[in-house]
Ligand binder design. Structure first.
Ligand code: ACO
Length: 367
C-alpha cells in the first residue's frame, strides 16, 4: 500500500494520461479490456501461460522477426547467460546502496551488444543473471555462475539459491514469466517504443522501459501487495483495514487497471498456478479472503468505476509461495517483460517513424 496521488486527478486535464489514444499498430498483443481477454500474436494468454515454458513462448512472440541463426532460444539464452556473467564483477564492485533493480540496469549498461534481435537475445539472457547475482551480492553471498543447459526459469532459481529448484517452482516461475511477456501499450512498453523510434539501440530502450516499470502504479505494485497481506495478517482484520485505507484515500495495490473494466485475465492464470504447485502457504487462503473484502469495499467506494483484481495481486502471492523475496518482484517483472519490450522496439523501428506527438500549450501568452 502506498499513497499515490494522481496529478491527472488534481488538474482536470483531458490530455493527461493519453487515455483512449491509439499510438501504435502492433501484431504483438491485444488487450480487450471490456471482455478481459489478452491475446499474444493470435493466442490467448491461457493458451500460452502454464502450457509451455518461457523460451517457446518468447519464440512465439518473436515469430515475425528474423531469429538469429544457430541454436534454439533455450540454448541461445543459456549462452547469453554465460556471456553476461562476465559483467558480474562490475556489479560486485558497485556502491552497496544500489538496489537489485539499479544493479540490473548497471549490468545492462555494461553489456557488450551488437544489433537487432541478437541484442534482444543477449539482454533477455543477461537480466536473470544480473537479478540473481545482485540479490546474492545484497545478501552478502557470492554470485553463482549460470548453467547454460537449464531453461531460464530453472537456472534463475538455481542462481538465486545455489540448489536446483523443485520442478513445481520452476513451472510456476515459467507460468509467471509467460503471463507477463507482453501487454499492449502499457507505460513501459510505450517508453521502449518511444526510445526505439529515435533509432536508439535496444539497450537504451530496455533501460528506459525499466525506469517506467519501477513506479508503484505500474510494476512496483506486487511488493506492496504482500506488505498489505502481511499487515492485515488474518481474514478477520481485512474489512476494517481496507476500509481505513480507502478512507485515507489510499489505493489498494493489486486492484484497478487503465484498460481492464473486468478482471485481469492474468490474475486467474497466476491463481491457477498456485493450485498446481499445491501451495500450502497460509498466505494463499488469507489472500483470497483479502481479495474478496477488497473487491466488495472498492465496489462500495467507487460504484461507478469497475475496480477489479489486476495481475500484481496474484503475482505477489505466487512468487511468495515459491520463496521469491518481495524485493525481487519488480526485477522479475522486468525479466519477463523484456522480450515484449524488445519486440515492440523492433516493430516500431520497422516503421522508420520517430514518435513525436504534439502538446496543447496552456501557458501565458507571449508579451
Ligand atoms: N484503489 C483505490 N482506488 C482506486 C484504485 C485502487 N487500486 N485504482 C483506481 N482507483 C480510483 C482512483 O482513486 C480514482 O478515483 P477518483 O476518480 O475519485 O479520483 C479512480 O479510481 C480512477 O483512477 P485513475 O487513476 O484515473 O485510473 P487509471 O485507469 O489511470 O488507474 C491504475 C490505473 C494506476 C493501475 C490504478 O488502478 C492504481 O493505482 N492501482 C493500484 C496500483 C496497481 O495495482 N498497479 C499495477 C497495475 S498492473 C501493471 O501495471 C502491471
Amino acid at each position: 500500500m502506498t499513497e499515490a496521488p494522481n496529478p491527472a486527478r488534481m488538474t482536470p486535464d483531458p490530455t493527461a494520461g493519453l487515455e483512449g489514444v491509439v499510438a501504435a499498430s502492433t501484431k504483438l498483443s491485444h488487450v480487450d479490456g471490456q471482455n478481459g481477454v489478452l491475446i499474444l500474436r493470435g493466442k490467448t494468454i491461457e493458451d500460452l501461460a502454464g502450457q509451455m515454458p518461457f523460451e517457446p513462448a518468447v519464440q512465439h512472440l518473436w515469430h515475425d522477426f528474423d531469429l538469429p541463426g544457430g541454436p534454439p532460444l533455450r540454448m541461445a539464452f543459456g549462452k547469453a547467460r554465460i556471456a553476461a556473467f562476465a559483467v558480474v564483477p562490475l556489479l560486485e564492485n558497485a556502491p552497496k546502496e544500489l538496489s537489485v533493480f539499479e544493479r540490473m540496469q548497471l549490468g545492462l549498461a555494461a553489456l557488450p551488444l551488437k544489433s537487432g534481435l541478437a541484442d534482444a537475445v543477449a539482454i533477455t539472457g543477461a537480466l536473470p543473471v544480473f537479478l540473481a547475482a545482485s540479490h546474492r551480492i545484497a545478501s552478502g553471498l557470492s554470485p553463482i555462475a549460470p548453467d547454460s543447459t537449464l531453461n531460464t526459469a530453472t537456472d534463475l532459481l538455481r542462481m538465486l539459491t545455489g540448489t536446483l529448484p523443485p520442478e513445481g517452482h520452476a513451472d510456476a516461475l515459467n507460468r509467471y514469466l509467460v503471463t507477463i511477456l507482453d501487454h499492449g501499450l502499457n507505460a513501459s512498453t510505450f517508453t521502449a517504443r518511444v526510445i526505439g523510434s529515435t533509432q536508439a539501440d535496444l539497450k537504451q530502450a530496455v533501460l528506459g522501459a525499466m525506469g517506467a516499470l519501477s513506479g508503484p502504479l505500474h510494476g512496483g505494485a506486487p511488493g506492496p501487495v504482500l506488505d498489505m497481506i502481511d499487515a492485515i495478517g488474518q481474514p478477520a482484520n481485512a474489512e476494517a483495514w481496507i476500509g481505513e485505507a480507502l478512507a485515507r484515500k489510499e489505493r489498494l495495490m493489486g486492484f484497478g487497471h487503465r484498460i481492464y473494466r473486468t478482471r485481469d485475465p492474468r490474475a486467474d492464470v497466476l491463481k491457477a498456478g498456485l493450485k498446481l504447485i499445491g501451495a500450502e502457504n497460509p498466505k494463499v487462503k488469507l489472500a483470497e479472503d483479502i481479495e474478496a473484502a477488497a473487491l466488495a469495499a472498492l465496489k462500495r467506494a467507487k460504484p461507478d468505476r469497475p475496480l477489479e483484481t489486476n495481475v500484481e495481486f496474484y503475482t505477489a502471492v505466487l512468487l511468495d509461495a515459491i520463496g521469491i523475496d518481495r524485493t525481487l518482484f519488480t526485477p522479475l517483472f522486468a525479466v519477463g517483460r523484456t522480450p515484449g519490450w524488445c519486440a515492440h522496439v523492433l516493430e516500431q523501428q520497422q516503421t522508420g517513424k520517430l514518435i513525436r506527438p504534439s502538446s496543447l500549450y496552456v501557458g501565458p501568452e507571449a508579451e
